[in-house]
Design a protein around this ligand. Structure first.
Ligand code: NIG
Ligand code: FE
Length: 403
């Protein structure tokens, strides 16, 4: 993918962004956003004919979308399980029978780092083509120090080869690996005493995440693992309350995590705890959709309680094989009953907050990283409304237009 530095985006139609000064979304119309050194500097009411400006020809401009929860480092797809689910087996039944995450683990341990990097690179480029300019990438299909490091290194290599911006998460506690099924404490000791120190020393991940869920990791185990991550300078993320409420959201808030993700089964106490904290509630409606259930996360309750929201894809081979953030916007509007503007906010500045990068990324305002998308659309409501095909016209990352 080639790219070219631009001096700004001109001849704009509608532009929509979070406004950090007003603490709300702002809707503008026309003119030019000037870019210098990879940052937005100011908005001009006139347009420029200079070829160094990207000509929007009246199209909609939004901040680049931020996908704050993905699992792109997997070796093989799992379409057989997809078919089994369509015939009535549940995700948990498939996992208990040795499928699911543990199926992906067996495959990941066999692939070379360079082949894995090629796969991740292809996926990152597809994300970029769908308007994602920053993405959080988790490991979590290796479940050994060696295979988790291989995954994180493959993500790093892939990231260096594409213009999309990535941040990495160690998810060594995604499952209990087969060889430790009867001795889970020993695996947790490996995560705490070997995996986290090694990943932190090699600077391979900014964040650490745990699948805190009944049948996977308990809240006590999660706390132990994430305390170790914190001591090694990592920021915390949670897979919390996806199928059963087990106090994951409450623990995320208590530990000062950046985000608690999934939350399809969050309790009233969990909603209050997130609302009273700085922890972002990251909702992944693509997972509910792809699992074919109707347990939509309570977005309206979270918003009414005052929680900050992010939206993300949860792209992974088991529970959501889609990397399209615009599709997530559509699901958020239909099933989470968010307005198109709330959904766009959650997919840009809300997501930036869930990654701790909101001071530099996620809005079209002076001083922010010039990451943006021009859409084949006239206004922001058309983004979630027209679904199932790609409306991206052009993507800009760090002030460079991508072709
Ligand atoms: O976020 N919930 C746990 N992990 C993934 C699913 C991973 C898989 O099935 O491969 C998720 O949904
Ligand atoms: Fe996930």
């Amino acid at each position: 993918m080639s790219s070219a530095s631009i001096k700004g985006i001109t001849n704009l139609g509608q532009w929509v962004t979070w406004d950090p000064l007003q603490n709300q979304m702002a809707i503008g119309d026309g003119g030019t956003w000037i870019i210098e050194d990879g940052l937005f500097t100011e908005h001009h009411s006139k347009s420029f004919a200079d070829k160094k400006f990207l000509n929007a020809e009246g199209r909609l401009l939004t901040p680049g979308l931020i996908d704050s929860h993905t699992h792109p480092a997997f070796a093989t797809t799992r379409e057989l399980e997809f078919e089994m689910r369509s015939q009535g087996k549940t995700y948990q039944e498939i996992a208990q029978a040795g499928g699911g995450i543990r199926n992906s683990v067996r495959k990941l341990r066999d692939i070379s780092e360079s082949d894995l990097a090629d796969l991740v690179e292809t996926r990152l480029n597809l994300m970029l083509q769908h308007g994602t300019t920053t993405v959080e990438c988790k490991s979590g299909y290796g479940l050994s120090t060696k295979a988790e490091i291989k995954s994180l290194q493959a993500i790093q290599t892939a990231s260096d080869r594409t213009p999309i911006k990535t941040r990495s998460t160690l998810l060594g506690a995604h499952e209990i690996p087969d060889e430790y099924r009867d001795d889970r404490n020993s695996y947790i000791d490996i995560i705490v005493n070997e995996m986290i120190p090694a990943v932190s020393q090699q600077k391979l991940a900014q964040y650490c995440d745990v699948f805190c869920e009944t049948g996977v990791y308990t809240t006590n185990e999660t706390e132990k693992i994430l305390n170790a991550a914190k001591e090694h300078g990592m920021q915390l993320k949670f897979h919390a309350d996806e199928f059963v409420s087990s106090g994951g959201a409450e623990l995320a808030a208590k530990m000062g995590a950046l985000s608690a993700d999934h939350l399809m089964a969050i309790s009233e106490a969990g909603i209050s705890a997130l609302a009273a904290s700085n922890t972002v509630a990251t909702l992944l409606p693509g997972t509910t959709f792809f699992l074919g259930t109707n347990t939509w996360a309570p977005a309206r309750k979270l918003l009414d309680a005052g929680a900050s929201l992010a939206l993300a894809t949860d792209f992974n081979p088991g529970s959501n094989m889609s990397l399209s953030m615009p599709f997530i916007l559509t699901l958020a509007v239909i099933y989470l009953h968010m307005t198109p503007l709330e959904a766009l906010q959650a997919a840009t500045s809300g997501a930036a907050k869930s990654m701790g990068i909101e001071k530099s990324t996620g809005s079209i305002t002076p001083g922010m990283s010039a990451d943006a998308v021009l859409w084949h659309a006239e206004n922001y409501r058309q983004l979630p409304y027209f679904y199932g095909s790609n409306q991206v016209y052009k993507v800009v990352v760090n002030g460079k237009a991508i072709f």
